[in-house]
Each structure stands twice: as structure tokens, then as C-alpha cells.
Design a binder for this molecule. Structure first.
Ligand code: ZN
Ligand code: ZN
Length: 441
């Protein structure tokens, strides 16, 4: 994507800011030519985020001066407070501004004159008046219109933090979240997940929860500004610094959850400040012992200061499914047996086998397992009761919320409330990674 606003000068910088952990080999190594860094610098910091789709018509309010373009042609201009209406009709977009027709176009681009950090953005009318920084692209898709927000990465992060970790989190937790979210986006745009549809990221949890300006808080914005351009680097590349809501006391290494290759700096970590080796939780008995012992040692223990009330239910949980619910979820008829057949050392279930009167199924990997039974995590022990050769009920005794890899958001909030700085929080969850500034707008 070409940089659209040439007044913003973008440069890559490679300044080692903080050495998080003295890992021999990395510490002296300057990671030259990281693909993630090249990807973000070449775009001048702009990313494309889908904020609405399948719309028949949309109304966009722009409080400040702006230009409407179609292709390279300017089709309208306003000084302030104008409304642009767009209706998808007959394979085109019918555009008007303040009631004046602007013709039919395949796409249009509403560009505030000052789209950068000090600009006033635009408002998607009728959706709780959601307001966004950056500019707004309207793209025809069949008989509907897609709305794509073109935005500077750091402005985008200001709309991500409140939706991800909560805009009321302590500043050092917000800074840690800003750095790992920035790293994950930079890593993603090496090969944007939605590139074939003409944008980079969606605004849901598939990519990253993003709510625009409406939920922004001063603290979250300060955290983004204070960490401008900073990412985590490991193994000579910008780290895909994934994160999750609650680990339950132990994080998962990448290979327990996704494909089986271990990834540098995404290892299993006990979520505590008492250094010890993570235990082997690959048996039911070991995991049950883990659930029952030492809860208050863990950063994401819900009674800790700084832990938000809404997330209390995630640390330890139980869910029971009846025979009918199991049969519906599994699709093998009435269930006669259900069991975990592979559990990883981080306690995460890797393979689950279901047998029913209509057949047998093996469900593999954390996400399909979670989705099948609508569970908060893949960290659970399964207990069943049987009657007349069938499973009468299945109880999932579980811990945590999310995939469990990388930073534990509630653990990070508690660490910050106890006085840990962002660099210490990140070095706890991403062993061996370093913080580096990779660009300067
Ligand atoms: Zn997505
Ligand atoms: Zn945790």
C-alpha cells in the first residue's frame, strides 16, 4: 500500500531501547532487515481495517475539513460538518454530500485534511455514532458497501487497547499491551490476513478487537504515545506477540495450541513471581493438583488488587453439558464415551475423542475443541457420568480464558498494580524478547 499522506515522513530506526533479558546471542545482535519493520515503514505506517461490511447504505459525518475522492479524481470538498451518504445500487455506489449528488462510483475515499493524530476523524452515523481517526474508504462489494478505515498504526492501537485490556488498566499494563499489540500487527502485515479482500485486518477478535475513538481513554492514549514505534523482537524478527485474557496460572507455549513447531519467546511460563520450573501438567491428576494448589501465588488470581471484577469467573470455572447438549455439540448421535486422549505439558487439551451411536470423532487443537463445547479455554479436566452405556453428563473443570499463549492480560494488570514496569511485564511473559523501536513517524 502506498503512503497516502506524503507530509508524514516515516523512517525505520533500529535503536535497542531496553535489553529485557540477557540471552546470549540475541543481546549483541542488531536485527537487520526485519520483514515486519520493512512492511510497516514501506506503508508509511498506514494500515487498512474493515469496520463495517454488507451495508446497503451508509452515512458518514465528518466534523472537520475533508476531500472526497474517487480513484485519483477529487469529486467534492467541504470545510466542515458535512454528511456523505452512500447507497449501493446496480453495482455502483451512489454518493451525495449534504443532499447534493456526487455521481456513481465503484469506490470513494473520504479523506479528512488532517487525518493524522490531531485530526478529528469521521463518524459512522447510526452505530452509536462510532467515531474513527484516519480516513474512510467506501468500497463496493456485490450489492453492498464495505467501510475500510485507513489509519496510522499508532492511532489504531488507541482504539484497540480499551477493547482488549480495558482503558482503565494501570498505565504500565497498558504500555505492555501497546507494545505486544503493535508487534502482533506489524508481524501480521508482513502477509495481511485479509489482503485478498482489499484490507489488512478485521475489527473483531479474529484479528484484534478495535472500536475506534469512541472508547479511547487518556491513559491508553498515553501508553501508545509513550511506546511509539516500539515492538518486541526475538530471533531477529518482530515477534508475533500474541496475548490472551487469563492464563489460569500457567501460559501455553505456541506449540501446545497451534502447529507443533516451538516459537522463540512464546514458551510456557508460570504466572508468578516465585521462580520455579513449570510443572508437567500432561495428566489429569497433575492438572487437578495444579488447580487446587497455590492459586493466590498467581498474578491472575482474582482476589489480587488490580484484577477487574468482570474477569473473576475466568480463573477457575466449571461447565456441565447434558446428554442432549453433548449429542448436539458432537454430531455423532447419543454420546457413549468422551475422553481426552492427548494433553500437553502446559495442561492444554490437544486431542479429544468422542464416540456416539452414530460414529467416532477426534477433535484436535485448542480452538476447535473450545468452539465445539463453547469453553473459555483448552485448560480443563473432563469428568463424565454414565448411565445405561451412555454419557449422561460431561463436566469440564477448567481454568483461564483464551488460548493461553504470551501475555496474560489480567496477570499484566495485577503486575502493574504491584509496581512492575512494562518492560518487566513483557520479559515475564515473552522470555528472551527485547523491546526495540523500529520506526519513527
Ligand atoms: Zn480478521
Ligand atoms: Zn495469568
Amino acid at each position: 500500500m502506498r503512503p497516502h499522506h506524503p507530509s508524514l515522513r516515516w523512517a525505520g530506526v533500529l535503536v535497542g531501547l531496553l535489553l529485557l533479558a540477557a540471552v546470549p546471542g540475541y543481546a549483541q545482535q542488531v536485527p537487520a532487515g526485519m520483514r515486519g519493520q520493512r512492511a510497516i515503514v514501506e506503508r508509511g505506517g498506514w494500515i487498512r481495517v474493515l469496520i463495517a461490511s454488507e451495508q446497503r447504505e451508509v452515512t458518514i459525518g465528518v466534523p472537520s475539513a475533508f476531500i472526497v475522492r474517487s480513484g485519483d479524481a477529487e469529486i467534492a470538498r467541504s470545510q466542515a460538518n458535512a454528511i456523505v451518504k452512500c447507497v449501493a445500487r446496480g453495482g455502483n455506489l451512489d454518493l451525495s454530500m449534504d443532499g447534493r449528488a456526487l455521481g456513481r462510483h465503484a469506490e470513494a475515499w473520504i479523506v479528512p485534511v488532517r487525518p493524522g493524530p490531531d485530526g478529528e476523524g469521521f463518524v459512522l452515523e447510526g452505530r452509536k455514532d462510532r467515531r474513527f481517526r484516519g480516513s474512510c474508504r467506501l468500497v463496493r462489494s456485490g450489492e453492498t458497501v464495505r467501510i475500510i478505515n485507513e489509519i496510522q498504526l499508532d492511532d489504531y492501537l488507541k482504539g484497540v487497547l480499551p477493547a482488549e485490556i480495558g482503558g482503565d488498566a494501570p498505565l504500565e499494563a497498558l504500555k505492555a499491551q501497546a507494545i505486544c499489540a503493535r508487534s502482533e500487527v506489524v508481524h501480521k502485515i508482513i502477509r495481511p490476513p485479509h489482503d485478498s479482500d482489499g484490507y489488512d485486518l478485521c475489527a473483531g477478535v479474529h484479528c484484534m478487537a478495535y472500536k475506534g475513538m469512541t472508547l479511547e481513554t487518556a491513559a491508553a492514549n498515553d501508553a501508545v504515545d509513550a511506546t511509539l514505534g516500539m515492538v518486541l523482537v526475538a530471533g531477529g524478527e518482530v515477534l508475533d506477540a500474541v496475548y490472551h485474557n487469563v492464563c489460569g496460572g500457567i501460559t501455553a507455549p505456541a506449540e501446545d495450541v497451534w502447529d507443533s513447531r516451538p516459537k522463540v519467546a512464546l514458551e510456557t511460563v508460570l504466572d508468578t513471581d516465585r521462580p520455579r520450573m513449570p510443572p508437567d501438567l500432561s495428566t489429569d491428576a497433575a492438572l487437578l493438583r495444579f488447580f487446587e494448589s497455590g492459586g493466590s501465588d498467581y498474578f491472575c488470581y482474582p482476589a489480587s488488587a488490580g484484577y477487574p471484577a468482570y474477569a473473576r469467573k475466568y480463573f477457575r470455572w466449571e461447565k456441565t453439558l447434558s446428554a442432549e447438549q453433548l449429542a448436539r455439540a458432537c454430531g455423532v448421535g447419543p454420546v457413549t464415551d468422551i475422553r481426552v486422549i492427548e494433553r500437553r505439558p502446559s495442561g492444554r487439551v490437544r486431542k479429544l475423542e468422542v464416540t456416539g451411536t452414530g460414529g467416532r470423532r477426534i477433535i484436535e487443537k485448542e480452538l476447535p475443541i473450545r468452539q465445539m463445547f463453547d469453553l473459555w479455554s483448552g485448560l480443563f479436566v473432563l469428568r463424565t457420568s454414565k448411565s445405561a452405556g451412555r454419557v449422561a453428563s460431561a463436566t469440564f473443570i477448567g481454568a483461564g480464558n483464551g488460548h493461553g499463549v504470551g501475555l496474560c492480560q489480567q496477570g499484566a494488570r495485577v503486575m502493574a498494580a504491584r509496581g512492575y514496569k512494562a518492560d518487566a511485564i513483557l520479559s515475564h511473559y515473552y522470555r528472551g524478547a527485547q523491546i526495540r523501536r523500529i520506526y519513527r513517524p
